[in-house]
Design a protein around this ligand. Structure first.
Ligand SMILES: NC(=O)c1ccc[n+]([C@@H]2O[C@H](COP(=O)([O-])OP(=O)(O)OC[C@H]3O[C@@H](n4cnc5c(N)ncnc54)[C@H](O)[C@@H]3O)[C@@H](O)[C@H]2O)c1
Length: 332
C-alpha cells in the first residue's frame, strides 16, 4: 500500500516508516519539522535501503496537504503529526488545540474528498485521565486533566463522527502508552528539539553529561516507591503495532491500546537504565508536575487478539537501545 505518514520524521513516525518499509509498503512522509530533523529521513533510507517521498508541509494547511493527494495515489494515512507535551499544553493550550485538532479535521476532510478509507490515528493513554489502571478501551473517558489529552479526545470524536456519517471508512485509533528506546541500528531514536519533556531522553541526556541530573517529579504518589508508574513500550514494538493495525484494519471505528500491560516506576526505570548500560544517573526529587497522574498502564489484550500483535522487547532492551542512540547522536 501507499501510506501517507504525517509527522513521519518524528520519534514514533520514523520508526514506523522503518517497520512499514520492511513490510513492503511505500511511504510518503509529510512533516513540518517542528520537532524533528530532515536528516532523520536520510537515516530511515539508510537503515532500510528504500526511498521515501518527503513533503515539508504543515498539516494544518489544507492546501499544502491537498498537493500531496494530487501528486500521489494514497491507500491509507497514519496521522502522527501533532504536539505532545502535557505540561507545555497547559501553558500553551490554544497552540495545542489549533495544531492537533485542526490537523485531524484536515486529514478527515481530505480522506473524505479523495476517498481514502484507511486511517490510523495516534491517540494517547492520556485520554483515560484518572481512571483506575489497567486501562481498557471501553472505559468511560473522564474529563481530561490537560489540554493535550483534550485534543486527543476531540480528535478521536471527530474521526468517530466521520465514520458515523459514512460507515465505509476504516479507522483505527491507537492509544499509545509510553514509547521509549530506539531502532537497534542506533541511527534513529528520540531526538527532541530543546529540553526533553519525556523521561527516557532526559535520562539519556543526563547519562551523556548534557544535563546535570534527572528531576523526578514527585515521590509521594500511591505507588510502589512513590514515583509515577507508566507502561513503557519499546518504540519498535509500537512501530510494528502500526503495521499490524493496517493489516487488520476493519470497517468502522476501532480503538486499541498499544502497551505492554506492565507498570514501571520512574525509579525502577532509572535502575534498569543503570543496570543495562553500567552508567550512573544522578537524580533529585522535586514537586509533582501539573497534569501528571500516579499510574497508567494498559490492558493490551484487545490489540493482542484482534491485531495479532504484542510487545516483545523488555525494559533492558529499551534502555540499551535508547543509550546506543544517544551515544551515536552527533546532533546533541
Ligand atoms: N511519544 C509519546 O510519548 C506519545 C504517547 C502517546 C501519543 N503520542 C502521539 O503520537 C504522535 C507522534 O508522537 P512522537 O513522540 O513521534 O512526537 P514527535 O514530536 O517526535 O513527532 C511528531 C512529528 O509531527 C511533526 N508535526 C507536528 N505538527 C505538525 C504539523 N502541523 N504539520 C506537519 N508536521 C507536524 C513534528 O515536526 C514531528 O516530526 C503524536 O500525535 C503524539 O501526540 C506520543
Amino acid at each position: 500500500m501507499n501510506i501517507l505518514i504525517t509527522g513521519g520524521a518524528g520519534y514514533i513516525g520514523s520508526h514506523t516508516c522503518i517497520a512499514l518499509l520492511g513490510a513492503g509498503h511505500k511511504v510518503i512522509v509529510a512533516d513540518n519539522f517542528y520537532n524533528s530533523a530532515i536528516e532523520t529521513i536520510d537515516k530511515i533510507q539508510e537503515v532500510t535501503n528504500k526511498k521515501i517521498i518527503i513533503y515539508k508541509n504543515d498539516i494544518t494547511n489544507y492546501f499544502e496537504l491537498e498537493s500531496i493527494f494530487n501528486e500521489n495515489p494514497i491507500d491509507g494515512v497514519i496521522h502522527f503529526a501533532g504536539y505532545k507535551a502535557v505540561d507545555e499544553s497547559i501553558k500553551r493550550p490554544l497552540d495545542y488545540y489549533y495544531n492537533n485538532v485542526l490537523s485531524t479535521i484536515n486529514i478527515a476532510k481530505i480522506c473524505t474528498k479523495y476517498n481514502v478509507k484507511k486511517i490510523v490515528f495516534s491517540s494517547s493513554a492520556t485520554v483515560y485521565g484518572n481512571n483506575m489502571p489497567p486501562f481498557v478501551e471501553k472505559m468511560k473517558l473522564q474529563p481530561s486533566i490537560n489540554p493535550y489529552g483534550e485534543t486527543k479526545v476531540m480528535s478521536e470524536r471527530i474521526l468517530m463522527d466521520m465514520v458515523n456519517a459514512n460507515f465505509t471508512f476504516k479507522v483505527s485509533i491507537l492509544r499509545y502508552f509510553n514509547p521509549v528506546g530506539a531502532h537497534e541500528s542506533g541511527l534513529i531514536g528520540e531526538n527532541p528539539n530543546g529540553k526533553p519533556n519525556n523521561l527516557m531522553p532526559y535520562i539519556t541526556q543526563v547519562a551523556k553529561g548534557k544535563l546535570e541530573k534527572l528531576r523526578v517529579f514527585g515521590n509521594d504518589y500511591p505507588t510502589i516507591d512513590g514515583t509515577g508508574v507508566r507502561d513503557y513500550i519499546h518504540v519498535m514494538d509500537l512501530a510494528e503495532g502500526h503495521v499490524a493495525a493496517l493489516n487488520n484494519i476493519k470497517q468502522g471505528t476501532n480503538i486499541y491500546n498499544l502497551g505492554t500491560g506492565k507498570g514501571t516506576s520512574v525509579l525502577e526505570l532509572v535502575n534498569a537504565f543503570e543496570e543495562a548500560n553500567n552508567v550512573k544517573i544522578p537524580y533529585e526529587i522535586t514537586s509533582r508536575r501539573p497534569g501528571d497522574i500516579a499510574q497508567a498502564y494498559a490492558d493490551p489484550s484487545k490489540a493482542n487478539k484482534e491485531l495479532k500483535w504484542e510487545a516483545k522487547r523488555d525494559l533492558l532492551s529499551m534502555c540499551r537501545d535508547a543509550w546506543r542512540f544517544e551515544k551515536n547522536n552527533k546532533t546533541l
